[in-house]
Design a protein around this ligand. Structure first.
Ligand SMILES: [Fe+2]
Ligand SMILES: [Fe+2]
Length: 260
């Protein structure tokens, strides 16, 4: 069984690159199940019901989220009907929605879980270990446990994967939007990478317009959050599983044309 994980989809350009490359990637790599992080899919912050459905239409089977889960006001209204959305278990605002969903693919029960890291995240994040411990009973009869650990710090992601190495099969990190080169199979059983990277404008500051980022950070100007319209990069990982994880491989498709 082959999984494709798609890194944080950032705005329109991120959705565009999914539309352009996902069908071919699925076909060429015999992908059985696609998980994508959609926390930035709607103009860089959050997701709407319409955009969630758009991403599913492109071939994504499950959408995970992150610290921007509640950035769009409509989300609470639609969470009860977003049956393929997985939201962080340890966000202080969580009431509706699921943080672990079980999918049955080729008679294999796959659990997809979403957890927030604590480093540089703010006080809305509750303890990730307590949150995941509470999930463990519901995972006991699953064949494959996949965790999207959404956090800033590489070491925090690695520690989580090491601590739960007997309980999980795949841990893919998200949130930094920068793909790391540390993919590895831990202890011969857990596919791991600190960050899958993003699908969004290649010439940008992690998807955000570069000039606007400089105005906001260097010059302390009050700006709106502007998503870059430059040509996008596609980042993700492919994980192969056959009675245990066999391989984890990074995917990066950079744009041929650079800035607009
Ligand atoms: Fe993100
Ligand atoms: Fe994030």
């Amino acid at each position: 069984m082959n999984f494709l994980f798609v890194g944080d989809i950032v705005g329109k350009k991120g959705r565009e690159v999914i539309h352009d490359f996902l069908p071919t990637l699925i076909k060429e790599n015999n992908i059985d199940f696609v998980i994508a992080n959609g926390e930035n899919a709607a103009h860089g912050k959050g997701i709407t019901y319409k955009i969630y459905n758009e991403i599913l239409k492109y071939g994504v089977d499950c959408v995970t989220m992150g610290n921007h889960t509640y950035s769009k006001n409509e989300i609470n209204e639609f969470l009860p009907v977003m049956h393929k959305l997985v939201i962080p278990a340890n966000h202080i605002d969580k009431k509706e929605g699921e943080s672990c969903r079980i999918f049955n693919i080729k008679n294999t029960r796959i659990a997809v879980c979403n957890i927030l890291g604590t480093a540089f995240m703010g006080d809305y994040v509750k303890d990730p270990y307590e949150a995941f411990d509470r999930m463990l009973p519901s995972l006991s009869d699953c064949d494959i446990v996949f965790v999207d650990f959404h956090g800033e710090a590489t070491a925090e992601k690695r520690i989580f994967a090491e601590y739960y190495a007997d309980k999980i099969d795949i841990l893919v990190g998200t949130h930094t939007h920068v793909q790391t080169a540390d993919e590895q199979i831990l202890h011969d059983k857990v596919a791991f990478i600190s960050d899958a990277g993003m699908c969004g404008a290649y010439d940008s500051v992690i998807g955000r317009d570069t000039n606007e980022s400089i105005k906001a950070v260097v010059h302390k100007e009050k700006t709106r959050y502007i998503v870059s319209e430059n040509p996008p990069i596609f980042c993700g990982v492919i994980i192969s599983y056959d009675n245990g994880v066999k391989d984890i491989k990074r995917i990066q498709i950079r744009p041929k044309k650079r800035s607009n």
